[in-house]
Design a protein around this ligand. Structure first.
Ligand code: GLC
Length: 409
């Protein structure tokens, strides 16, 4: 039988609910998103010199991990190598790497140390399957290399990431899109053969039994993939055009950008409000999914103050309401006008996202529910029950502008 993550690894992941995604690499220097190399048709030999400019003197792993903790995030997923092929850690398998820049440090090792010190945040890795510069991926004809050479590199990097940084949360693959239409502008995206997922996933599940495997393929998950990912959409929605596949029954994760970009874009000021971010987090949780929220640090190594502030605001809300998120599972009470729900065993949390009136009406309320109180301070609330329907009186002065959580049991 195909190997999967251990039950305790999966349970940890499901309980964690909220993570920080970090897209950071040479593209951050350009400030035009992580796809700049492809979109602007920059040839590898013209892109590579960016490495000589990479020197994020303001990078402090402890600051990033502290920010994630303040935001209430329980794991961090960082780009170990994105499609541009540059490794953000000290790999032995390529010279095109962060330790060969003026910076000369391994930020991923520093993050792993900071996570270990912090204690309750795990580190995981984004790994690009696609490589826009590797001679064995893109230039086999010119280099005389074979697809097997690329597989050695890819599987070798995964082995490094699974052995050099302690216990990890996940491996997060990206860049194998079976539905990607290929034309002359992107023919070099095509792999030279199979990624040999069976062996790849087996390696991860053997070296890191608790780590979950996610592959952002926008297709039904393969055997040994532990998590089904949704990109820029909640499960069941497809506003981004990526998420055409149905929920498979696997645990899920929603990944989203805090503004409109993954990698740093200097002209993207479209940051989501903290209220909207809380709603995305609880809507994900109500569907049984984790929420992985991306930040794109600057080339100097800073998470933009506005992004940090938004994260901290979400963290403040979680301090009073975290028990309606962490360790919960998809809601049993049907979503209503402006409400969604989460649950932990027989405790149900109704999240009132919009203040439509002073009475919150919900349906499909389990029989075990006897009463309601405000989660953040225990204020008892007046309820009226009519069969499976329940109305809860929540006057204006008890409202939380981000999300008013009622605890029902
Ligand atoms: C898409 C983008 C990629 C990004 C990823 C994050 O697949 O192509 O650049 O890293 O989404 O989910």
């Amino acid at each position: 039988m195909a190997k999967t993550a251990s039950p305790q690894g999966l349970a940890w992941y499901l309980d964690a609910k909220f993570g920080m995604f970090i897209h950071w690499g040479l593209y951050s220097i350009l400030g035009r998103g992580e796809w700049a190399m492809h979109l602007e048709q920059i040839a590898p030999q013209d892109y590579r010199p960016l490495a000589q400019q990479f020197n994020p003197t303001r990078f402090d792993a402890n600051d990033w991990v502290r920010l994630a903790a303040d935001a209430g995030q329980r794991y961090i997923v960082i780009t170990s190598r994105h499609h541009d092929g540059f490794s953000m850690y000290d790999t032995a398998l390529s010279d095109y790497k962060v330790t060969n820049t003026p910076f000369a440090r391994d930020p991923i090792a520093e993050l792993a140390d900071a996570c270990a010190r912090q204690g309750d945040i795990k580190l995981g890795f984004y790994i690009s399957l696609l490589d826009w510069q590797h001679p064995a991926y893109r230039f086999r004809a010119e280099s005389g290399l074979a697809w097997a050479d690329y597989l050695d590199f890819l599987h070798g990097q995964v082995r490094e990431l699974c052995t050099q940084y302690g216990e990890i949360a996940c491996t997060w693959f990206d860049g194998d899109w079976p539905l990607q239409p290929l034309d002359d502008s992107n023919r070099y995206f095509a792999p030279g053969g199979s990624f040999e997922y069976e062996a790849l996933y087996d390696l991860i599940h053997t070296l890191q039994p608790d780590a979950v495997v996610l592959n952002n393929r926008h297709a039904t998950p393969l055997p040994s993939e532990d998590i089904q990912g949704f990109e820029q959409d909640l499960p069941g929605e497809n506003t981004s055009g990526f998420n055409t596949e149905a929920a498979s029954g696997l645990p899920m994760e929603v990944c989203m950008t805090i503004n409109g970009s993954w990698g740093y874009r200097h002209d993207d000021h479209n940051h989501k409000s903290s209220r909207h971010l809380v709603h995305l987090l609880v809507r994900s949780a109500s569907a049984g999914a984790n929420f992985l929220l991306n930040v794109g640090p600057t080339p100097e190594g800073e998470i933009l103050p506005i992004q940090a502030r938004r994260l901290q605001q979400v963290g403040v809300w979680l301090q009073g309401n975290g028990s309606s998120v962490y360790g919960t599972r998809a809601g049993a009470i049907s979503p209503g006008a402006g409400t969604v729900s989460t649950r932990r065993a027989d405790t149900h949390y109704v999240h009132s996202l919009d203040h439509l009136s002073d009475e919150i009406a919900v349906d499909n309320v389990p029989e075990t529910v006897r009463g309601a109180r405000l989660l953040r301070d225990g204020t008892p609330l007046t309820v009226q029950r009519d069969g499976a329907a329940l109305r809860v009186l929540v006057p204006e002065d008890l409202r939380d502008p981000l999300d008013t959580v009622l605890e029902l049991r």
